[in-house]
Design a binder for this molecule. Sequence first.
Ligand code: GDP
Ligand code: MG
Length: 236
Amino acid sequence: MHNNIAIIIPCYNAHETIIKAIERVLVYFPEPKIIIVDDNSPDKSAELINERFSYDKRIKLILRKNKGGRGSAVLRGFQEGLKNKNIEFFIEMDADLCHDPKYIPIMISKCNMFDVVIASKYLKESIIKGLNVKRIIFSRIVNSYIRFMLKVPITDFTNGFRCYRREALEKVDFDSFYSKGFILLSEIIYKIYKKGGSFGEIPFNFVHKEINKSNFNFAEIKEAFITILKLKYNFR
Ligand SMILES: Nc1nc2c(ncn2[C@@H]2O[C@H](COP(=O)(O)OP(=O)(O)O)[C@@H](O)[C@H]2O)c(=O)[nH]1
Ligand SMILES: [Mg+2]
């Protein structure tokens, strides 16, 4: 059972949490395909993963030379997973324990009805813990801006905890992306939407811990606003 699922985890400087994140996935899925894409993290996350899992066939570590952005790392993971024709469902989740794998079975079952299912921080039943007020307000503004611009009927465009069906990903031209960072999460939604894809959301508890230093920076914010404009007005 569940041998048709790949779990993609982008990893950058996550050595404090990545092993636990993998182990938590294994609690729910004893035989998953886990693909971790690490961009040569200076904190040596990759070494740690290798020490613990190098003989474990379920876990594949893809090492890239340079920090290429969270979104682009996930695309790399999708490309790897798509090579295996048995895989039907592609889960994307963070390495920093903000995304509890207990929601994965719920996302997958809902994904039988939708092309993409998103764990949303902004549904009525969702709970956000540990995120400072500035980040919450910023995320709300960004999400309102994206929804206003792109008109896709979902509430959370920026959370990287999702399930995609194979057919949805196969419709996407992986060479056509404008962005590389977190905004790629919105770009991929828009691309699937334009191809007629359908979207479902589930509420979840987003739990942010103090140890989670964000990789998020000004360059990514700039990229976000420009990418949305490019998508809306269709220019390069
Ligand atoms: N491979 C790779 N992973 C990244 C990069 N930037 C962020 N990540 C990972 O993407 C996820 C989300 O990043 P995070 O810094 O927690 O962003 P935040 O949650 O928006 O503050 C985590 O699993 C990070 O380890 C990157 O440039 N390359
Ligand atoms: Mg995070």
